[in-house]
Design a protein around this ligand. Structure first.
Ligand SMILES: Nc1ncnc2c1ncn2[C@@H]1O[C@H](COP(=O)(O)OP(=O)(O)OP(=O)(O)O)[C@@H](O)[C@H]1O
Ligand SMILES: [Mg+2]
Length: 234
């Protein structure tokens, strides 16, 4: 059984249809990367899956449950978290306080989980009492990831986790994402650093104009000449 299956998603903003029947499938433990030109509908797809936009037609199934048009609050409780591209941390709070905010729906003792999350991000552990606004862009992205992990999700949706970061930092973020994946969390990410991301993706999807264009394993997409020319800058 797929962990996440979005089938024929039709969605958009108000009366404007952006997704014209998009499908994506994620098996447990996989890393799936969605690429495509600006305005393709990648962010819109994540928002529709996560209940932030109305799904007009199609179906989203998570771990066997039909979650189409559920609220994000209900979806989170099933084990899916979404890290948006911007405004995904509280800059005026410390790293630890951000993690505590991430645990907001937990009624049990989350301190052990917080230490596990700090183990995944050694750079943050030493800075746990620093205000997030004072951190570098890459460290802030790690706080956003760590915050989502506080709920012990089965699946993370990441919208451009490496956006705006220097190449070295991109590498580091991708390394952390692979660590998170190895800890048992499936990943769906939208990425502009497509070549780097596809290298370690179990599957890649190309979206354009609100439709599926291609899908294959990450490495196979990288070897596809047409994909290279059209979507990976030659
Ligand atoms: N809040 C909004 N209201 C109305 N239209 C929107 C809104 N957000 C996005 N759109 C439009 O929806 C289309 C798809 O946008 P989306 O953000 O999903 O693209 P994307 O593939 O994530 O692109 P990018 O690579 O630039 O992030 C675009 O035409 C965009 O202008
Ligand atoms: Mg986007």
């Amino acid at each position: 059984m797929a962990l996440l299956e979005a089938q024929g998603i039709v969605s958009g903003y108000g009366g404007m249809e952006i997704l014209h029947g998009v499908s994506v499938r994620v098996e447990p433990g996989q890393i799936v990367t969605i690429i495509g030109p600006n305005g393709a509908g990648k962010s819109t797809l994540l928002k529709a899956i996560f209940g932030l936009l109305w799904v007009k037609a199609g179906r989203v199934t998570f771990n066997g449950t039909d979650i189409t048009n559920w609220s994000p609050e209900r979806i989170v409780r099933l084990g899916m978290c979404f890290v948006p591209q911007t405004e995904n941390v509280f800059p005026s709070l410390t790293v630890q306080e951000n993690f505590e905010m991430g645990a907001f729906i937990r009624t049990d003792d989350y301190r052990a989980r917080m230490e596990e999350v700090f183990e995944l991000f050694p750079d943050l552990k030493a800075r746990r009492h620093v205000k997030v606004g004072a951190l570098s862009g890459g460290q802030r992205q790690m706080v956003a990831l760590g915050r989502a992990l506080m709920l012990d999700p089965k699946l993370l949706l990441l919208d451009e986790p490496s956006a705006g970061l220097a190449p070295k930092m991109v590498e580091l973020i991708f390394e952390r994402i692979r660590d998170i994946n190895k800890s048992g969390v499936a990943i769906v990410m939208v990425e502009q650093n497509a070549r780097e991301a596809l290298k370690f993706s179990d599957r890649g999807y190309v979206l354009a104009g609100g439709e599926n264009r291609f899908e294959d394993t990450g490495p196979a997409l990288l070897q596809n000449e047409e994909i290279g020319r059209l979507y990976l800058g030659g």
